[in-house]
Design a protein around this ligand. Structure first.
Ligand code: DX5
Ligand code: ZN
Length: 219
């Protein structure tokens, strides 16, 4: 049984104080920092890139769980590795050759994640599950925080958990989007062991980060 980890998304942080905000997450017991990178092309929003990640790197010892919602993605992977990403997660829809991108991330000695949008089938990545460290299941259409959780994606998590058991694999299952105190338990029961949360961690219980992280883990 994998430990449950919380990867708070800085998408909901105060962007004018990102260095302080990630320190608050570390002090609040976050297991890693989820960095939502958006390019205004793969998703209809634009956030941050390698220079900001590089600037944040020295303010926090936690792993940077970098979610690349950008396309094309392959030619930028090295820049995120150099900036300090520890986990680099790409969308199969955003690269010409998923296997080549996975190998590129591994060559850079980083953990490899593959993310599926709500409507994308796990069939797209079944042949790669023995090569990757993490599958990120989107429970919202990527682009914005604060959206409504899509419970239908839990079926994919159950399928992935079964495949992991049958094929004796060890990839983490991460869920991202609309995770709150009402659905975190069913996400974990379905098989997710890493929960991404932005709005609930930063805005829940008057912004009590430590309490919110604990509640997501133990609900
Ligand atoms: C969507 C982002 C968000 C974010 C979490 O592209 O990936 O899902 O991480 O946002 P909340 O927790 O506010 O839904
Ligand atoms: Zn994300």
């Amino acid at each position: 049984m994998k430990n449950i980890q919380i990867s708070p998304s800085i998408l909901s942080a105060d962007f004018s104080q990102l260095g302080t905000e990630i320190k608050r997450l570390e002090e609040g017991g976050a297991d890693m920092i989820h960095v939502d990178v958006m390019d205004g092309h793969f998703v209809p929003n634009l956030t941050i890139g390698p220079p900001v990640i590089k600037a944040l790197r020295k303010h926090c010892s936690l792993k940077f769980d970098v979610h690349l919602m950008i396309s094309p993605v392959h030619k930028y992977i090295e820049a995120y590795a150099d900036a300090g990403a520890d986990i680099i997660t790409v969308h199969p829809e955003a690269t010409d050759n998923l296997e080549v991108s996975i190998n590129k991330i591994k060559d850079l000695k980083k953990k490899v994640g593959v993310s599926l949008n709500p409507e994308t089938s796990i069939d797209l990545i079944k042949n790669f599950l023995n090569k990757i460290d993490l599958v990120l299941i989107m429970s919202v259409n990527p682009g914005f925080g604060g959206q409504k959780f899509m419970p239908e994606v839990l079926e994919k998590i159950k399928q992935l958990k079964k495949i992991r058991e049958v094929e004796k694999l060890n990839f983490d299952i991460e869920i991202d989007g609309g995770i709150n105190f009402d659905n975190c338990k069913i996400a974990i029961e379905a098989g997710a062991n890493i929960l991404v949360s932005g709005t609930t961690v930063f805005k829940g219980n008057d912004g009590d980060i430590k309490k919110n992280i604990n509640l997501l883990k133990t609900k």
